[in-house]
Write a protein that binds this ligand. Structure first.
Ligand code: ZN
Length: 186
């Protein structure tokens, strides 16, 4: 089961691109889904946008698409760019080691008790709610539990840990860490 962007052609629903698999939208960003919604033939995207549990594709810096709202033609071109890009994407994440071992205290007590290793995280994507806005979601590679972090935790531990990765270009990583959102307002 997956989620798809569908349009109506000759009264038939046609799948244009995959948005996600199961409950997570790992192919499309929330801001992109907002644009695609205007062209979608069924109300699925509208419902997805309201669901606070959904993890959207992280705003990877090398995937930015310029969206032009100026007029209808420009808007349609932007929509087409999004559809083309989403159609070529694969689920993507960033795995890193937590550098500061004392950081385990920053995890929940529940996690402390249930996870033995707690030293590797995966950047999964973004969740959104009207109250708290966007927050970046990580999973523990050992126990698969999901986490979002405070601004302090991000600054002190998450950012330096990600910037220490050597398999990605430095300027890419710097843009990634700038886009990580905390679990409450800044
Ligand atoms: Zn864990």
């Amino acid at each position: 089961m997956g989620n798809y962007h569908k349009v109506k052609v000759n009264n038939k629903l046609v799948i244009v691109c995959t948005l996600g698999t199961m409950e997570n939208m790992y192919y499309i960003r929330r801001d992109e889904a907002y644009i695609v919604r205007a062209f979608d033939a069924d109300p699925a995207i509208k419902l997805l946008l309201m669901d606070v549990s959904i993890i959207w594709r992280f705003r990877w810096p090398d995937e930015d698409i310029a969206i032009d709202y100026q007029n209808q033609n420009a808007f349609k071109e932007s929509y087409q760019k999004i559809v083309d890009a989403v159609g070529k994407r694969n689920p993507r994440s960033l795995i890193f080691n937590i550098l500061d071992s004392s950081f385990h205290n920053g995890f929940s007590n529940d996690h402390e008790a249930n996870c033995i290793k707690q030293n590797r995280l995966k950047l999964l994507g973004d969740r959104y709610s009207a109250i708290s806005g966007t927050r970046t979601i990580f999973s523990c590679l050992s126990c698969n539990k999901l986490y979002a972090f405070s601004q302090t935790e991000i600054e002190l531990v998450i950012k330096p840990s990600i910037l220490s990765l050597t398999e990605y270009p430095r300027d890419f990583l710097e843009k990634v860490v700038e886009r990580i959102k905390p679990y409450h307002g800044v």
